[in-house]
Design a protein around this ligand. Structure first.
Ligand code: ATP
Ligand code: MG
Length: 550
């Protein structure tokens, strides 16, 4: 696999830093998730970038939980994040929590107050917002901006000790209320939140803001290159201002790259958590979700995800990636690695009227025609088989080459059959088909030349399964809210019939159901109720749909 970090503008910067000995040749990165949800494929891009850079430059990559907002953070999310990174195959050099630095952060804040770089403000949140100004108008200095350092220190101490209620006071940096960069207009760095933290319990009732915490955590961990997404570009001045003013000996460098966005998906933990909480999907690992755990459950492999991240590359330009790019990576991998079997998702029964009673014959076929010396599988066939409802049309148009009344088609790996009679129930629904077969067509050269070949399974020797078929999570390519949710994103085929070569005990096996797609066992599958998820179709079917103007 290509290295996901090969030759991008960030590695150019690192190469340059190494040439000028900026960090003494060190390369230390970190992946800093907030534990307020499960990781998604966008995070995978950042994980691959940070961990691969560390690996390629023989540096280190830390995992750091940015846990400064107790409201939405919890231990379940921490566990899932660790599990997902490990599943992708990465090992962090050390693990940290921003909450481990609460004492240090507090001291740095005190230092800034003492040096007249920060003040405690009693303005209401509304007032602070109002005085912030706009892109075209400067902000207004708060009435508390010139509060003496002694007084601010005392108030800050009381904030910490719980004397005040949420919102009564905040600690703000004193930078520049008329800066064209709004982030420099005296940003808030501490607020009161009387909430229990999942790690520090009730030790604190004031919590530092992201912008204050992040740069200092990077400096404490001696990070060299702090890689983040483009929306933090406007925060870089603040990042550098804080590091300079606390006079830290380490000076990490923030570098921004483009976020990953994929069509028909939303890449935000907040919005994904809404899908979960409002029961649009069945949990964070629902196979439709763009979460790492959802993709894992659906059947994506760690390599396919890393390969995808490598293909999309690292740039400074935000753009949408087509779903097809993601799907192609797993499709290409499985085309090489997956065993082939046959599966009928929506069965119609076929009686082969001229086939002998109580007879089963054995057909030998390769498990994977792409591998030399592929192991062979034995497929049975008898008088009764199932084919997919899609593969029969009573009154077809000219271009339909599958089975229709009076026409002949080939059963893959077996022989030709001809449909003689359609049997329907009283409502006119097709119940079964009577067909005849041509024994000499076992040798393909000897039977009639037919244009169509369809898959099937032996009705007397097959496995019953439920198959889940997934479609795009959102109807629109650029969804704006949950209103765009695709309520047809899950289709369940309850009566699927699978060739008796499906190894339900093999938890890693991914199968190609010939002519249909790639499939992987769902975590809820049991011996009594076998469930498989469709990972991806054999071809990029969405392109076709798009062309139709759908
Ligand atoms: P979300 O809105 O999904 O919570 P976030 O940026 O708030 O995203 P964090 O947990 O703070 O999530 O992200 C951890 C790291 O992953 C950050 O460095 C962030 O820049 C990066 N990241 C998050 N989303 C993406 C994305 N779509 N593409 C690339 N990197 C991302
Ligand atoms: Mg965040």
């Amino acid at each position: 696999m290509d290295k996901p970090t090969n030759n991008n503008f960030i590695t150019n910067i690192i190469d340059n830093d190494n040439n000028t000995n900026k960090f003494g040749g060190r390369v230390n990165t970190r992946f800093p998730p907030e534990p307020n949800g499960y990781l998604h494929i966008g995070h995978a891009k950042s994980i691959c970038l940070n961990f691969e850079i560390a690996k390629n430059y023989k540096g280190t990559c830390n995992l750091r939980f940015d846990d400064t907002n107790p409201e939405k953070e919890n231990a379940e999310f921490i566990k899932s994040i660790k599990d997902d990174i490990a599943w992708l195959g990465y090992k962090w050099d050390s693990i940290h929590y921003a909450s481990d630095y609460f004492d240090q952060l507090y001291s740095f804040a005190q230092k800034l107050i003492k040096e007249n770089y920060a003040y405690v403000d009693a303005s209401t949140p509304e007032k602070i917002k109002e005085e912030r100004g706009t892109l075209t108008e400067p902000g207004i200095k708060s009435k508390d901006r010139n509060r003496p350092a002694e007084e601010s220190l005392e108030l800050f101490d009381k904030m910490k000790k719980g004397f005040f209620e949420d919102g009564e006071y905040v600690l703000r940096l004193k930078i520049d209320m008329s800066s064209p960069n709004l982030n420099l207009r005296d940003p808030i760095i501490y607020r009161i939140k009387k909430l229990t933290h999942h790690r520090t319990g009730d030790d604190w009732c004031i919590y530092p803001m992201y912008d204050f915490t992040h740069c200092i955590s990077d400096a404490i961990e001696n990070i060299t290159h702090s890689l983040c997404t483009l929306e933090f570009e406007d925060h870089r001045n603040l990042y550098e201002w804080i590091i300079e003013k606390i006079n830290h000996k380490n000076r990490p460098q923030q570098i921004e790259f483009a976020r990953l966005s994929i069509e028909h998906n939303l890449m935000s933990k907040r919005k994904l958590s809404e899908l979960v909480e409002r029961n649009f999907v069945k949990g964070w690992d629902d196979p439709r979700m763009p979460t790492i755990s959802g993709m894992k459950r659906r059947g994506y492999t760690p390599n396919s995800i890393k390969d995808f991240c490598s293909r999309i590359g690292i740039t400074k330009k935000n753009s949408f990636i087509e779903m097809g790019v993601l799907e192609n990576t797993i499709r290409e991998e499985l085309n090489i690695s997956a065993n082939r079997i046959m599966g009928v998702l929506d069965p119609i029964e076929i009686n082969i009227t001229n086939y002998p009673e109580n007879t089963t014959e054995n057909i030998v076929a390769p498990y994977n025609p792409n591998t030399e010396n592929s192991k062979k599988r034995n497929i049975s066939i008898s008088k009764k088989v199932y084919i997919d409802r899609d593969d029969f049309m009573e009154h077809p148009d000219k271009k339909y080459f599958r089975l229709s009344l009076g026409k002949e088609v080939r059963l893959r790996h077996a022989f030709n059959i001809k449909c003689e009679k359609v049997i329907k129930d009283k409502n006119g629904n097709i119940v079964s088909l009577d067909c005849t077969y041509d024994p000499k067509s076992r040798d393909m050269k000897k039977g009639n030349k037919v244009k169509g070949m369809i898959h099937w399974v032996d009705a007397n020797n097959c496995i019953d399964a439920q198959i889940n078929i997934y479609d795009r999570l959102f109807k629109n390519s650029n969804p704006s809210s949950l209103d765009d949710f695709n309520d047809k994103s899950l289709k369940i085929k309850k009566n699927a019939k699978i060739e008796n070569n499906l190894d339900v005990k093999d938890i890693n096996a991914r199968y190609q159901f010939e002519r249909v797609g790639y499939f992987f066992k769902d975590k809820n599958s049991t011996n009594e109720n076998i469930i498989y998820n469709k990972i991806v179709s054999l071809k990029d079917s969405w392109k076709k749909i798009n062309k139709k103007g759908d």
